[in-house]
Design a protein around this ligand. Structure first.
Ligand SMILES: [Zn+2]
Ligand SMILES: [Zn+2]
Length: 243
């Protein structure tokens, strides 16, 4: 799980009191489409900081950002109040459930990375004793939150199940282009990079092979030409002896 803790956002420890929060997870959205999937992750951090400012500002006046956690379209879990803290997220479940917002609006379908981050967060919290239940904000009070798409996913079980870990493995291309994982051949190291990418190493090896093959072929040709010259000399000697 890629977890960005409060310190990443420059926030001190939360002022919120402790609470069990172990009944399960409650899914939220923003209400307004944010388009974060089309932007870099920096936009998510800005969004998260602004959400806290709004929640602590004059219109809400809360002690901290309202949610326990967020999961962004890039598959990052961003910490809000964190686990085991009273929230300002779903009245009726603020001390017994753990809130997770998807930072999205009604028309925004979560990315597969985002769904996976939710599953990873859920698995991590289950390890801390949180029950497996997943609800939507509207299961607590009358609200549109978490929107039709996310609420559909809450109901059809898309947000539960085992997270996949393939994303943690580098692709073949990543490995091919990774600098510094193979020691360069000793005859090339002087003055150059001591470590190469696998790609550089294989290209070098192929070229060496090609050069070696060319040398062997030219030596073979020279030996053949010497042999034929020797034959001619021997023939001449034989002719002289017979004469
Ligand atoms: Zn909500
Ligand atoms: Zn992000």
């Amino acid at each position: 799980m890629k977890l960005e803790k409060r310190s990443v956002f420059g926030w001190p420890g939360t002022a919120a009191g402790t609470a069990p929060c172990k009944n399960g997870l409650v899914v939220h959205y923003d209400g307004a489409n944010q388009g974060l999937a089309r932007k870099g992750h920096d936009a998510c951090r800005t969004y998260w900081r602004n959400t806290r400012k709004f929640h602590m500002g004059p219109s809400r006046n809360w002690a901290d950002i309202g949610y326990s956690f967020a999961v962004c379209p890039h598959g990052v879990v961003m910490e809000g109040r964190g686990f085991g803290r009273v929230q300002a997220a779903q009245p009726g479940g603020n001390t017994t459930w753990t809130s997770v917002t998807f930072c999205s609006g009604d028309a925004e379908r979560p990315t597969s990375e985002q769904v996976n981050a939710f599953k990873e967060l859920r698995a991590w919290l289950r390890g801390k004793g949180v029950a497996g239940a997943v609800r939507g904000h509207r299961d607590f009070i009358s609200t549109s939150c978490p929107g039709s798409i996310l609420y559909g996913m809450v109901r059809d079980g898309s947000l539960t199940g085992t997270p996949h870990e393939e994303d943690d493995l580098p692709s073949v291309k990543d490995v091919w282009l990774t600098d510094g994982i193979i020691e360069s051949p000793p005859e090339t190291a002087a003055g150059g990079n001591k470590y190469w990418t696998p790609g550089s190493y294989l290209v070098w090896g192929y070229r060496q092979n090609t050069e070696t093959n060319a040398k062997v072929k030219s030596l073979e040709a020279k030996v053949a030409s010497l042999e034929s010259k020797l034959d001619q000399v021997l023939d001449l000697l034989r002719e002289k002896q017979q004469a």
